[in-house]
Design a protein around this ligand. Structure first.
Ligand SMILES: *[C@@H]1O[C@H](CO)[C@@H](O)[C@H](O)[C@H]1NC(C)=O
Length: 319
């Protein structure tokens, strides 16, 4: 790379969150629980939406897609972190690190655009109910999905293109439990001031931009509902409050992380845990288990499964 006498870093070492054995144990139990809970919760959503014909509508398709993204998203850093908690030497290869960064930015960007699509879907359903099926056609839905994936990929690639060529000659210590771009850039042995600025602008713009768009669309929906029919306000409010909660929980830590000038405290590490574990877990809880149609569908699915099980048992019994 740059100069021949520089040693090249081939792996990075995570410091993890803490040295205290008790806190590690607590963290281990906590993250294991939330990881499995989010995987199972999101899997249930995907299965229910896919198998129940009553839920074959844009809103639920988008929701199921969000669940898929959430499952992949929390599988990027969580399993490694959980395995590493009690290890003395927590290492990750250079390309492992790049892979973590690539997928977390790609999926994060995709999720943001998907949340906007979901807000648009609610806008059409609440403000233009008669045209809902024509506006949110299957094609439009697919178009939203493809757009969100492409946006996420571009957002991620644009930043990494510059990073893979940087020289790393040590130190190779990450004061964290996963790879993130701002910390990686600070480890490069060249001046990365401009790149850091680019990352802040890129990630900051996409998160703050989507957040503002979402807030505006929710305000718009609320105003429209309020003006037209006061009776529907409470129903709209309950749907929207779910969306708004997810949006704040998802974007709050992210925006703090990428727009705060210098992460001096350990706060950002703990916020990262929040985004890695709690948000993917909360999505199913907030969107689904509070939703009547979804609950009915899950009950239907359960009784179907019981029915098949009984048939199977009967068959086994007669053989
Ligand atoms: C994602 O959305 C597409 C298009 O609406 C839909 O066909 C697909 O089934 C959804 N994916 C899941 C896992 O439900």
């Amino acid at each position: 790379m740059y100069g021949t006498n520089q040693s090249v870093v081939s792996e990075f070492v995570f410091l993890g969150l803490t040295n205290s054995w008790e806190i590690r144990l607590l963290l281990f139990v906590f993250s294991l629980f939330f990881y499995f809970a989010s995987m199972i919760g999101n899997l249930v959503i995907v299965f229910t939406v896919t198998l129940d014909a009553h839920l074959h509508s844009p809103m639920y398709f988008l929701l199921a897609n969000l669940s898929v993204i959430d499952m992949v998203f929390c599988s990027i850093t969580a399993p490694k972190m959980i395995c590493d908690i009690f290890k003395k030497h927590k290492a990750i290869s250079f390309w492992g690190c790049i892979t973590q960064i690539f997928f977390s930015h790609a999926l994060g960007g995709t999720e943001m655009v998907l949340l906007i699509a979901m807000a648009f879907d609610r806008y059409v359903a609440i403000c233009k109910p008669l045209h809902y099926l024509t506006i949110m056609s299957p094609r439009k839905c697919l178009y939203f999905l493809v757009t969100s994936w492409i946006t996420g990929l571009i957002h991620s690639l644009v930043q990494l293109v510059f990073v893979v060529d940087l020289p790393f000659c040590g130190p190779n210590i990450f004061d964290s439990f996963y790879c993130d771009l701002p910390r990686l850039l600070r480890l490069a042995c060249t001046n990365t001031q401009e790149l850091q600025f680019m990352v802040t602008v890129n990630s900051g713009l996409i998160s703050v931009g989507s957040f503002i768009m979402l807030v505006i669309s929710y305000i718009f929906i609320l105003l429209t509902v309020w003006k037209h029919s006061s009776g529907d306000l409470s129903k709209a409010l309950s749907t929207l409050s779910a969306h708004i909660t997810v949006v704040i929980l998802f974007f709050g830590p992210l925006m703090f992380f990428y727009t705060w000038p210098s992460p001096t405290s350990h706060l950002d590490k703990y916020l990262a845990i929040f985004d890695a574990f709690i948000t993917p877990f909360l999505n199913p809880v907030i969107y689904t288990f509070r939703n009547r149609d979804m609950k009915v569908a899950m009950r239907r699915l359960c009784s179907h499964l019981m029915h098949y099980r009984n048939i199977l048992l009967m068959k086994c019994g007669t053989i």
